[in-house]
Design a protein around this ligand. Structure first.
Ligand code: ZN
Length: 309
């Protein structure tokens, strides 16, 4: 499982940073990629990665500001031009209005897609669990921005323990139906009377990962709730230390506030994105240094950077 950052800038693109988008690559887990936000030019960034657009099966939108959604019509149209590849449906999750934005842009531009888009829109009253599959659940909660904006908590369900086949063979269990029974947690008795307790041959279930990806927001308790015990928290850092007041006025956070959220939530790792073009590279090191005084495991991400979870 990896996160690849496609755009890490705030508001408008700069030479170094494109506007918001990131890909949660779940290729080993479910052979899918999930996109979070899709600012203008996201499809160009994808061309610089190994991500195949057809593998993108779900898009989660945090809010309807242009720097988070203007890349959708272009991406959706290009995704249709995958010659010789099977066309797969796409799910889009996001605030009410996202469906009308997408359908209007496609209709006005005369774009016809050879695959279906299923929309899952929500508002203040219909948040909570927005998706559940056999392997993952995704929750959304409202943040505190200048328009309705959400953060997402992606929970990977615990991974089943695996059967230790070598140990079973060594214990004299003949390969065959007994293996299946033991794998299902059933104790068995061999012909010679040996008792085999399933629990001794199955490793303990491994806890799944928790990934929290927030949209633009002031510091708010909802961010903490979404990030409780997260393996990774992706948090905006539009402003730096000392700019708390201006951050509040514009509906954003500073690096210090992001670090406080990570600390309060007991997150393991903090990745800062949505970085203003005002920050030069020396400012970026300072952003990290200042945040690290509150939460040590922090990193300011770059476009196209890939982080293993
Ligand atoms: Zn915004």
């Amino acid at each position: 499982m990896d996160i690849q950052f496609l755009g890490t800038g705030a508001g408008q693109p700069s030479k170094a940073r494109n506007v918001s988008s990131l890909a949660l690559k779940l290729l080993d887990e479910i052979n899918e990629v999930w996109l979070f936000d899709c600012g203008e030019g996201t499809q160009n960034r994808i061309l610089e990665t190994t991500i195949r657009p057809r593998k993108i099966s779900k898009i989660f939108i945090t809010h309807l500001h242009g720097d988070h959604i203007f890349g959708l019509p272009g991406f959706l149209s290009s995704r249709a031009f995958q010659a010789n590849e099977e066309q797969t449906d796409l799910e889009i999750y996001g605030p009410q209005g996202i469906k009308s934005f997408v359908l209007t842009s496609l209709r006005v531009s005369g774009s016809r897609l050879p695959y279906k888009i299923h929309f899952h829109e929500f508002d203040q009253d219909s948040l909570g669990k927005v998706l559940e599959t056999d392997k993952f659940a995704v929750y959304a909660e409202e943040l505190d921005h200048t328009i309705f904006c959400v953060g997402y908590r992606v929970i990977q369900k615990d991974l089943e323990g695996t059967l230790d086949a070598e140990k079973l063979k060594a214990a004299g269990v003949p390969f065959g139906p007994l293996f299946g029974k033991i794998k299902n947690g059933q104790d068995v008795v061999l012909e010679d009377g040996t008792e085999i307790k399933a629990v001794d041959y199955i490793s303990a279930p491994r806890p799944g990962k928790i990934i929290t990806i927030l949209g633009d927001t002031r510091k708010t308790d909802a961010s903490v709730r979404l990030a409780v015990n997260a393996d990774v928290l992706v948090h905006e850092s539009t402003y730096g230390k000392g700019d708390e007041k201006i951050a509040r006025n514009h509906g954003h956070s500073t690096n210090m506030q992001a670090a406080q959220v990570a600390t309060e939530a007991g997150a393991k790792r903090l990745l800062l994105n949505h970085i203003s073009a005002r920050f030069l590279s020396k400012d970026i090191s300072q952003l990290k240094k200042d945040a690290a005084s509150i939460f040590e495991n922090v990193h300011v991400v770059k476009d196209l950077e890939e982080v293993e979870i």
